[in-house]
Design a protein around this ligand. Structure first.
Ligand SMILES: [Zn+2]
Length: 65
């Protein structure tokens, strides 16, 4: 029996899992040192206040995962 009952080919499934892992890896907690705003992003983006003085903390660095 083949994988014909699966929505994804093994290749697609693997790429999807890799994409998930990537997204999980790039959960970045951001804290603006200028206006004190806090948010979570997938990339190191500047604050909405225009400040680029941001503290970036990768979520996976938090011990209570
Ligand atoms: Zn700000």
């Amino acid at each position: 029996m083949s994988d014909s009952n699966s929505l994804f080919t093994p290749q697609e499934l693997r790429e999807w899992q890799l994409a998930l892992a990537e997204a999980d890896r790039y959960n970045i907690f951001c804290h603006c040192r200028k206006c004190d705003r806090e948010w979570v992003a997938s990339t190191q983006v500047p604050c909405t206040c225009g400040s680029t003085n941001i503290e970036y903390i990768a979520c996976w660095q938090f011990p209570d995962d």
